[in-house]
Write a protein that binds this ligand. Structure first.
Ligand SMILES: [Zn+2]
Length: 241
């Protein structure tokens, strides 16, 4: 509940919502104690969620999915709910989920210089915190690259980075930063208590990637809106050098 918490208050009567459990942002099981907003009948319920095996059950059927994080489960459950309203055959849903590949920088997994590399878009504190949660759920030794731009499409104000929770990073050895605001995000991470000798800011992405791939650790790459596609392109170019 220390996160940005954009779903703290009832949109109808402004009363503080009461959460039975909480996942991220406004996602969880909540109810307004004043007007009962949120007290909805469950339409589709996912259970036996296994992030390692990348599957979950709904109505007695196991669905395999391409991602291993909680928001991928929510996204697929939403798709499944819509498909059921349109009477789309379960076999089609099963096959579509299994064959679905993400190649747009949304939890995209790449092999760069033989290193497992996961790139994820984060354009607000919620997205960044979910990315960090994914990183923390992986026990491997890791390096993190955070690419932060402040172009018009990103918003010139990057103060949202102060709502990212960098406090307890699990087995992160080094952090490389890049983008037009490489130094701002580096300072943010330093203030969170990460060893400053292990933070390496670079304005240009090529130098950042050179530094990032000096080790064979698993790589997590977080990039904001206009940083995402240039970072993906630079990664592919770097891999082919
Ligand atoms: Zn209410």
């Amino acid at each position: 509940m220390k996160e940005a918490g954009e779903g703290k208050f009832c949109p109808f009567c402004k009363t503080k919502l009461v959460y039975e459990y909480y996942q991220y942002s406004h996602i969880g099981k909540f109810k307004c104690p004043n007007c009962n907003y949120g007290d909805n009948k469950i339409y589709k319920y996912a259970y036996n969620i296994d992030l390692n095996k990348r599957c979950f059950d709904v109505d007695g059927i196991t669905y395999s999915i391409p991602g291993n994080n909680i928001y991928t489960i929510y996204n697929h459950l939403a798709v499944l709910a819509v498909c059921s309203l349109y009477n789309i055959d379960t076999e089609i849903v099963l096959k579509s989920f299994k064959d679905f590949s993400l190649n747009n920088g949304r939890s995209e997994e790449m092999l760069i210089k033989d290193c497992k590399s996961i790139i994820n878009l984060a354009k607000n504190p919620t997205g960044a915190n979910v990315s960090i949660r994914m990183l923390n759920e992986n026990e491997d030794a890791k390096d993190l690259l955070f690419v932060l731009n402040d172009n018009i499409a990103d918003g010139k104000d990057v103060s949202w980075i102060w709502d990212i929770n960098f406090d307890k990073l699990n087995n992160v050895n080094r952090i490389i930063t890049s983008g037009t605001r490489a130094y701002d995000i580096a300072i943010r991470i330093k203030v969170a208590g990460f060893d400053e000798d292990k933070i390496f800011p670079f304005l240009d992405i090529e130098s950042a990637l050179e530094k990032l791939y000096e080790t064979s650790n698993t790589k997590y790459i977080i990039a904001n809106y206009t940083a995402l596609q240039p970072t993906r392109t630079a990664l592919k170019r770097f891999n082919n050098q």
